[in-house]
Design a protein around this ligand. Structure first.
Ligand SMILES: [Cu+2]
Length: 194
């Protein structure tokens, strides 16, 4: 009699503990998978590099090596830019392109550190997609080194969106010539398929 009672009680206690664990796991844990059926909005990883004109034997022509991205409507895009460019293309002080816009949390990771703004003088390039309200800012790499920028953003609507670097990193006195005007270099597209 006593033994049965204690077993029942144990069952209740263990169930409660189990529910508490489930609640704890679902709340604030980044590794917990939501208890829903197939991922409707997958997370996709897209990567590009920025190479210098020197690396490409085309001085003055830095380039996004992957300038034409394709993702799918509803994706959460984790976009990684590894830049070899240690030169700057300073923004004017009134330029709005020093701020990170349109990303999850309004931040990007620069070498793993969350950042929402890059000082005008340290900007090397931007990845700016007006149609997605997106502005990702790439600071200059350390001399001879690399910098890695990672930004997460969503693409709720299908379409072909133009992007442009908004830091004057190109040729001519203004910095707006050459690669800045050339698709596949400092401009390109983000295609969001339905
Ligand atoms: Cu640029």
């Amino acid at each position: 009699m006593n033994k049965t009672k204690s077993l029942i009680r144990w069952g209740v206690v263990s169930m409660t503990a189990g529910s508490l664990v489930a609640i704890a796991a679902g709340c604030g844990s980044t590794t917990a998978t939501p208890p829903t059926t197939p991922a409707v909005h997958p997370v996709v990883h897209v990567a590009t590099m920025i190479e210098t004109g020197k690396m490409l034997n085309k001085p003055g022509w830095p380039k996004f090596t992957n300038a034409f991205l394709t993702v799918h409507q509803g994706d959460t895009v984790v976009f990684t830019i590894k830049s070899y460019d240690d030169g700057t293309a300073p923004l004017s002080t009134d330029s709005p392109y020093d701020k990170v816009l349109g990303t999850v949390n309004g931040t990007e990771l620069v070498n793993g550190k969350p950042v929402s703004l890059i000082a005008d003088q340290n900007v090397a390039h931007t990845f700016t997609v007006p149609g997605l309200g997106l502005n990702i800012v790439v600071p200059a790499a350390p001399t001879g080194g690399t910098v890695t920028v990672q930004a997460t953003f969503k693409v709720p609507k299908a379409g072909v969106y133009d992007w442009q670097c908004e830091a004057p990193c190109g040729t001519t006195a203004s910095g707006w010539g050459g690669p800045m005007m050339t698709p596949g270099w400092m401009q390109g597209t983000v295609t969001v398929k339905a």
